[in-house]
Design a binder for this molecule. Structure first.
Ligand code: G1P
Length: 297
């Protein structure tokens, strides 16, 4: 029988060097799209998918991230005094019940697989989700929720997947497809960061996973893979070797790579345009700016 997935792991130990100097003093996950930190998008998506326990794999310099989920009584009192009920509601969405959130340290950067493995005691012998906060997905139904619905049918392991241009495949984990069933594909192998021309397909893994606890066991081997790091992709691929199913799930939604500056800017534009309070003015500004640029060329 399949167990309900109630735990999610958020690997947030990365240094975020691509966003220096900002990340000199703020964790990358606190950087905002419009006015919400990346981590808030990830938490909201996890909650919508039924996640009740949130495990953060952190590192040095991430205290702002830990503080983010605490109650803020002084701020709350000030808002209450001014009758700012809308802002009080915004604040309420950031709170985490004590005990629902746990932090575990990754003592040294050894790859995504190692980061996930750091959460093994807290995850225990249960299926669990992994969310990479760099991958922000705008969708009518949140991506992880779509995946949970698919997982209800399939069990096993489900990874989010998306077609990428062949030239970009070497930046991702890439799926070797055994059977393509439309939104779901059955996977026969997975390659992390394949060399140019060696990708088994152009269906890339995106940062949402629902995994069997076996994956933690595979990570116990701490096998070093692509880039000299312990790769989550390799531990998931080990499931296939042992005869356990892995599925790729083509989610419905738009994914932004907020681990890159260009992706972060694109997400900022998309989320800005989607906002009821900003979209119109911002849209007009963008149209004018683009027209001016075109005229100047
Ligand atoms: C990680 C995973 C990779 C996946 C990607 C999605 O890579 O290792 O398999 O395709 O996230 O964003 P990273 O972007 O951390 O190099």
């Amino acid at each position: 029988m399949k167990r309900k997935v109630t735990k999610a792991v958020f690997p947030v130990a990365g240094l975020g060097t691509r966003f220096l100097p900002a990340t000199k003093s703020i964790p990358k996950e606190i950087m905002t799209l419009v006015d919400r930190p990346l981590i808030q998008y990830a938490i909201d998506e996890a909650r919508a998918a039924g996640i009740e326990e949130f495990v953060f794999v952190t590192s040095r310099g991430k205290s702002a991230l830990e503080d983010y989920f605490d109650d803020a009584p002084e701020l709350e009192a000030a808002l209450r005094e001014k009758n700012k009920t809308d802002l009080l509601a915004v604040l309420a969405g950031t709170y985490m019940e004590s005990g629902a959130i746990a932090y575990v340290r990754q003592n040294r950067a050894q790859g995504l697989g190692h980061a996930v493995w750091c959460a093994r005691q807290l995850v225990g012998n249960e299926p669990f989700a992994v969310i990479l906060t760099d991958d922000v997905i705008a969708a009518d139904k949140p991506c992880l929720q779509q995946m949970m619905e698919a997982y209800e049918e399939t069990g096993g392991n489900v990874v989010a997947a998306m077609e990428v241009p062949p030239a970009k495949a070497s930046s991702y984990g890439v799926l070797d497809i055994a059977e393509d069933m439309g939104s779901l594909v059955r996977v026969r192998g997975m390659v992390e960061k394949p060399k140019a021309g060696e990708a088994p397909s152009n269906l890339a893994v995106i940062g949402r996973y629902i995994l069997s606890p076996n994956v933690m066991t595979h990570l116990n081997a701490r096998k070093v893979g692509a880039g000299g790091e312990i790769q989550l992709t390799d531990a998931i691929a080990q499931e296939i070797v042992q005869g356990n199913p892995v599925y790729g799930f083509r989610f419905r939604g738009q994914r932004f790579d907020c681990g890159s500056k260009a992706g972060f800017l694109q997400a900022t534009v998309a989320f800005g345009l989607a906002r009821e309070d900003l979209g119109e003015e911002f849209g007009q500004y963008l149209r004018e700016t683009v027209a001016l640029r075109a005229a100047a060329q």
